[in-house]
Design a binder for this molecule. Sequence first.
Ligand code: ZN
Length: 198
Amino acid sequence: MQDIESLSDERRVELLAKHYKAILELLGEDPSREGLLKTPCRAARAMLALTAGYRQSPEEILRSALFKEEYGSRGQIVVARDIEFYSFCEHHILPFFGKVHIGYIPTGYVTGLSKLARLVDAFARRLQLQERLTLEICEALQKTLAPEGAIVMMESRHLCMQMRGVEKQGTVTTTCSYTGVFEDIARREEFFSMLARR
Ligand SMILES: [Zn+2]
């Protein structure tokens, strides 16, 4: 088999579609009935798009729009909250989704909100664990912006829990990662209180 990384998107869709067709058969469906004729191909395209993070460089996304902060932040927290994300849990390949809140204290460079959203997508569009996703976003911010500290809080709902009835409907899982000055609980609390002010 050809090296996976060198496959074109079209070829990937074609190969994935064959597997989706086999899955439909194994589930007891008839992939030749009209409603399902194009399903393997559609599912393949959707899955490829929703895992596009594997083919992106999160740090490059951030570096593509760094702005010099002329006045310095004077220790103030820059907050971007309610960034929507959709990911797949790596244990069941079922969605988990919710909101990410990001805070950092710039030492010289800031980035745009749209880049933060793209950074989140680049990590979320892979098979993930919520804990790892939170940590990876935080580490990329620290590495690329070199802030005094970065903090990432994620609130999400896991369909693998909810659809299978393991958890009650609407349970929200919260994770938090931080670096630098956010090791100090007082700085973390400052961030949380900024989030609470809606
Ligand atoms: Zn799961």
